[in-house]
Design a protein. Structure first.
Length: 255
């Protein structure tokens, strides 16, 4: 079983950052393409996309190699969602709306087997359908990647205590939600937004945590890297499809 955290940390050490994308379309071919073009990770989005657990499992199966980390964004920080997302074989979880240290510790508890946590035993695909002995799988499961989203004013206020939870490997900034909650616009050139994003990155990096953000243009991605972010989402499958076709069409028609 691969160690997703070590994989990402090694990539970040090599390049200074890691690159991935959001998958929202329920086709394993999308995941396979993401693998072939050399992305470091994907997030399968069960929070906003119309994906269920079977869709997520098929997308994880579509990942073409062990070099790419397959993360599931669960709909809610809930023990049943956490258990099922792990049992289908995800390499890690991204939990939305984590606003306090208690929220973060709850995620760790839901993702851990007793006595540390309350995860029920029945890992299915995660243990290769039982071909990995249970004791061995339980030991390996400690390397599962746990990321939390920072997207509210409360989360920003509690960021230091969230980062104190040792088992949380990193935080991901939802710039749209955070900007809206802070009464700002999602604009990487806005000095207020830049200052806020830079402070979040600095506090995460100081504690040696992965720090991620969503970007939609190369300019936004470069700015995020400059600010210290190392887990860079290059938009989503749908945004890439729109951008590619729209650019192709406009280039052809505007000759």
């Amino acid at each position: 079983m691969k160690n997703p955290y070590k994989l990402l940390v090694d990539r970040i050490s090599e390049k200074g950052y890691s690159l991935g994308t959001w998958i929202t379309i329920n086709s394993p071919e999308v995941a396979e393409i993401a693998s072939y073009i050399g992305l470091d990770w994907v997030v399968i989005d069960m929070e906003h996309a119309p994906l269920d657990f079977y869709d997520a499992e098929m997308l994880l199966m579509g990942l073409a190699n062990d070099a790419i980390v397959g993360i599931v964004r669960i709909p809610l920080n809930d023990p049943v969602y956490v258990k099922r997302a792990l049992d289908i074989g995800s390499d890690g979880l991204l939990a939305p709306l984590i606003s306090s240290e208690k929220d973060a510790r709850d995620l760790v508890r839901y993702a851990s087997y007793p006595p540390k946590g309350i995860r029920g035993v029945g890992p299915r695909r995660a243990s290769r359908y039982g071909l990995i002995p249970l004791r061995e799988y339980v030991e390996q499961s400690r390397s599962i990647l746990l990321l939390v989203q920072i997207e509210t004013r409360e989360a920003l206020m509690n960021l230091d205590s969230i980062l104190e939870v040792e088992e949380i490997h990193g935080v991901f900034v939802g710039p749209n939600d955070l900007a809206m909650n802070m009464g700002a616009e999602r604009d990487f050139t806005n000095p207020y937004m830049q200052k806020m994003l830079s402070e979040i990155a600095g506090r995460a990096v100081e504690r040696k945590r992965i720090i991620g953000i969503m970007t939609y243009t190369p300019e936004e991605a470069r700015k995020a890297i400059e600010l210290g972010y190392n887990f860079i989402a290059l938009g989503s499958d749908t945004s890439a499809l729109i951008r590619g076709l729209k650019t192709f069409k406009e280039s052809l028609e505007n000759r």
